[in-house]
Design a protein around this ligand. Structure first.
Ligand code: PEP
Length: 261
């Protein structure tokens, strides 16, 4: 049985005041929601405010990135130990914006995944193809390569200690959502790849969908058998939209997958 997870990725948006207002607005509507898991990932300078605002709530705290190294002369970087000390539970690794804008390779992403686990954080490993890659028929090859880079460095059990987020790059921030079937097809492929190495890990693995999820399309996406929730960008900055997406997760049927022999 997999419990749905909805995580908001606030990216580099907002002021301290607007982040505090957003935190204040998202916590109360989720107070009674106990059939799904929720998290938000504010920008680093707003994490301390989030620690206060989320204390005692059922919304967990995450960060958007971490350094692949332990500590030392890495100007501008933030370590896994620092995030853990602040009270972060999750950390996003390998977001397509980190890969494309900041040039992070599959191996750097794998190193970050390892760092997250080393410090007791749950990595949310983002994988996904560009539009050109989808159109040339290489979606599966791309997500397999991204996933296997982490499995190679960290081991298959480490994939299971984290969360995977399938985020087609063409759907991120574009308003163009993958259809529920497109998402399901890739999620089933990812689970199948993991199952080839370890069935138990595959069965328990939380695989989120990300890419223009909104209150209006979340329920259809979350109804797919291999879609275990969402990583939400733009819509997570709007309290009512985020609440609607979280409600869709709360109301979705828990996924019980028959053991495939
Ligand atoms: C994201 O950046 O992780 C994301 C899914 O963004 P959006 O929901 O805005 O497409």
């Amino acid at each position: 049985m997999r419990v749905k997870l909805v995580a908001g990725n606030w990216k580099m948006n907002g002021s301290l005041a607007s982040t505090q207002a957003l935190l204040k607005a998202i916590v109360p509507p989720l107070a009674a929601a106990n059939r799904a898991r929720f998290a938000v990932c504010p920008p680093y300078p707003h994490i301390a405010a989030a620690v206060q605002a989320l204390r005692g709530s059922n919304v967990a705290l995450g960060a958007q990135d971490l350094c692949q190294f332990d500590d030392g002369a890495y100007t501008g970087a933030v370590s896994g130990a620092m995030l853990a000390e602040l009270g972060c539970r999750y950390v996003i690794v390998g977001h397509s914006e980190r890969r494309a804008v900041f040039g992070e390779s599959d191996d750097v992403v794998a190193q970050k995944h390892a760092q997250a686990l080393k410090h007791g954080l749950t990595p949310i490993l983002c994988i996904g193809e560009t539009l050109a890659e989808r159109e040339s028929g290489s979606t599966e090859a791309v997500v397999a390569r991204q996933l296997e880079a982490v499995a190679k460095r960290c081991g298959i059990a480490a994939i299971g200690q984290g969360v995977v987020a399938y985020e087609p790059v063409w759907a991120i921030g574009t308003g163009r959502t993958a259809t529920p079937q497109q998402a399901q097809d890739v999620h089933a492929f990812v689970r199948g790849r993991v199952a080839a190495a370890d069935k138990g890990v595959a069965q328990a693995l939380t695989i989120l969908y990300g890419g223009s999820v909104k209150g209006g399309n979340a329920a259809q996406l979350f109804a797919m058998p291999d879609v275990d929730g969402g990583l939400i960008g733009g819509a997570s900055l709007v309290a009512e939209e985020f609440a609607a997406i979280c409600r869709a997760a709360q109301d979705a049927k828990e996924t019980v997958k028959a053991e495939s022999s």
